[in-house]
Design a protein around this ligand. Structure first.
Ligand SMILES: [Zn+2]
Length: 148
C-alpha cells in the first residue's frame, strides 16, 4: 500500500518522488459485480509538487481482469491500463481549487495516501460491458444456444 511523506516535496518543487509498486489484489468489485484479477496490479508514476501547497500524482495502473461477454457470457480476458492524475492540497491552504480540472484530496500530516485513489480509479476503469468479439451474435433468446 502506498503512502508518502511530501514535506520535502512541498518545499522544493524541483523534487519528485518515483512511485512503483505491485499489488496482489484478487478481485475488482464494481457494485454487485466481482471481477477476478488475472495479474498483479502494476503501479507506476510519480509525485511532484505544483506549488508550495499542492502535489500531483501522475501514474498508471495495469492489470488484467476477467469479465464475461455481455452477449454470450463467455469469459473475456480484459487488459486494463488506467491513467491516474490526482491532486492533493494542504488542508486549509490557499491553493486555487476553483479552476480545477480534477478532484483533489487533502495532504494530511504532510502525507499523501494513494491507496484510495488507485482503488477508485481502477473500479472506474472497468468497462460497463465487453464482448468476446465485436460481432458476437450472443445466445438464442429461445433456446439459449450460442449463435456464433
Ligand atoms: Zn460473446
Amino acid at each position: 500500500m502506498l503512502s508518502f511523506q511530501v514535506k520535502n516535496l512541498l518545499q522544493d518543487p524541483s523534487l519528485s518522488i518515483p512511485v512503483k509498486d505491485t499489488w496482489q489484489i484478487p478481485t475488482v468489485k464494481v457494485g454487485e459485480e466481482v471481477y477476478p484479477c488475472l495479474s498483479d496490479w502494476e503501479i507506476e508514476g510519480s509525485l511532484r509538487s505544483v506549488s508550495g501547497e499542492a502535489v500531483v500524482f501522475d501514474g498508471t495502473v495495469k492489470t488484467v481482469i476477467r469479465m464475461n461477454c455481455a452477449r454470450c457470457n463467455k469469459p473475456v480476458v480484459y487488459p486494463m491500463e488506467v491513467t491516474i492524475r490526482q491532486r492533493f492540497i494542504k488542508e486549509g491552504s490557499e491553493a486555487d481549487v476553483s479552476e480545477e480540472d480534477f478532484d483533489y484530496l487533502y495532504i494530511s500530516n504532510d502525507r499523501v495516501d494513494l491507496n484510495e485513489t488507485i482503488l477508485y480509479e481502477v473500479q472506474l476503469g472497468v468497462p460497463m460491458r465487453v464482448f468476446c468479439k465485436e460481432d458476437c451474435k450472443g445466445l438464442c433468446p429461445i433456446r439459449g444456444k450460442d449463435l456464433n
